[in-house]
Design a protein around this ligand. Structure first.
Ligand code: ACO
Length: 402
């Protein structure tokens, strides 16, 4: 609750704040979170309204440009993103050279980094037109790349984009369609995925976004900064949690211990086991995104006729946690990752694709935050201090004398 505006420019005083739990790295007007009240707003608009009424590209525009577009501006933006969805043939070949069973997050980070070598005209962080081009290229090509991440794991060819379809509709076609066959995405699935991408679109100074800002603060280009964000997102304490949740639920399902035994392990911190998809640095109440996702999981699974026993296990885990002192005292509630994997699974994605889907959704946020940083006169290169705890000065000893 306390905002300290510090003008400390001397080297005399250094504060230690592991994990930056009490350090604001910037001022930002993009996303507002009240972790105690469970409130999330993009540019002032409640996440519930955006998830219900907006679309992913409109939210991307809102985050990046600060205001909702009128109809003409939205059309122009969507059209421009559409026009850039193709990737260079050499780029496709490059992506095809990674081992097929390598983790798609590693391929995604490499691919986004490599975009800078294919589009050298979009690299200057100080030129607004160039930055706008890189913005559109990233939104457009990450979608194509993500669909190809899925296909190449199965040894299937990349499908070319179809301009006549919407962003999410065509993403699903490029991911799941069979070449030379009509493909119609289920409107329930299109709607649910659009909503999920909106829910992931920004979350102020989280681990990956802070990474994007720190990398960008050295004047590195947008692709280099965002590729670093993808790598930060891959960890199971951050975006990788959606994949880890499914692994946890599957392990419980296939084991001979029950849900209560698993929870006892978590509470005893046996082997460092955590209830994945629970807890958050900022939310000390129910994550508002998780509340929306939970409803959506129920709707999508029943509409697709996919009765997943894993959903029952997840619901049971949540019920136990919400009534258990260990979780109540520590204010641990489901976060956005707890139920998303179940929806992605029902849609036909393999667990390794869950975190790339998070990255696709987070792309507008990373871009908006990077652009805000580039334009902020207060920005300085990210360079924390340390408290040195090593040896005092000592003399070098030649190897023969050690
Ligand atoms: N299961 C069991 N115990 C937990 C969990 C959990 N998921 N999360 C936190 N705790 C406990 C800790 O052991 C600690 O207990 P202690 O007071 O007895 O030492 C206490 O709650 C505080 O936890 P910290 O790790 O200090 O909290 P921090 O804010 O540093 O970590 C994090 C937040 C990383 C999200 C943590 O809650 C976690 O590991 N959750 C599981 C992974 C996960 O779901 N990550 C996704 C986060 S959302 C996102 O990135 C999209």
């Amino acid at each position: 609750g306390i905002v300290v505006s510090s003008l400390l420019k001397t080297t005399g005083l250094v504060t230690v704040d592991p994990g930056f739990t009490n350090t604001a790295s910037c001022e930002s007007s993009i996303t507002y979170i009240d972790g105690d009240a469970g409130i999330l707003r993009y540019r002032g608009y409640p996440i519930e309204q955006l998830a219900e009424q907006s679309s992913f590209l409109e939210v991307a525009y809102l985050l990046i440009h600060g205001a909702l577009p009128d109809a003409a501006a939205l059309d122009a933006f969507v059209e421009r993103v559409n026009r850039h969805t193709f990737v260079h043939e050499d780029f496709r070949t490059f992506m095809g050279t990674f081992p097929r069973d390598g983790h798609p997050m590693a391929v995604l980070a490499s691919a986004i980094n490599a975009l800078s070598t294919f589009y050298p005209e979009s690299l200057d962080p100080r030129d607004p037109e160039t930055v706008e081009l890189a913005t559109v290229l990233l939104l457009a090509k990450t979608r194509t790349i993500t669909s190809y991440l899925h296909r190449r794991r199965a040894g299937e060819p990349l499908l070319y984009p179809d301009y006549s379809r919407g962003y999410v509709d065509d993403f699903l076609r490029m991911t799941f369609a069979t070449p030379y066959q009509q493909y119609e995405a289920d409107p329930v699935v299109v709607d649910a995925l659009d909503k999920l991408l909106i829910l992931h679109a920004d979350h102020e100074q989280n681990c990956s976004t802070s990474t994007v800002r720190v990398v960008g603060s050295s004047n590195a280009n947008l692709y280099a900064s965002v590729a670093a964000g993808v790598n930060a997102l891959s960890g199971p304490s951050h975006g990788g949690a959606n994949e880890a949740v499914l692994a946890m639920l599957t392990e419980i399902q296939g084991s001979d211990f029950d849900v209560d035994t698993f929870m006892t392990k978590v509470k005893n911190k046996e082997d460092g086991v955590r209830l994945m998809g629970f807890g958050h640095r900022v939310y000390k109440s129910y994550d508002p995104r998780a509340a929306i996702v939970k409803k959506s999981a129920d709707a999508v699974l029943s509409s697709l006729g996919k009765n997943d026993e894993l959903l029952d296990i997840a619901l049971r885990l949540e019920e136990i946690a919400l009534n258990d002192d260990y979780f109540v005292e520590r204010k641990l509630y489901p976060n956005v990752d707890f139920y998303t994997g179940l929806i992605y699974k029902a849609m036909g994605f393999s667990p390794a694709m869950f975190t790339p889907l998070f990255a696709l959704g987070r792309m507008p946020g990373w871009i908006a935050q990077w652009r805000e940083m580039v334009n902020d006169p207060q920005t300085k290169i990210g360079r924390p201090r340390q408290i040195y705890t090593g040896e005092t000065e000592r003399d070098y000893v030649p190897v023969a004398s050690r």
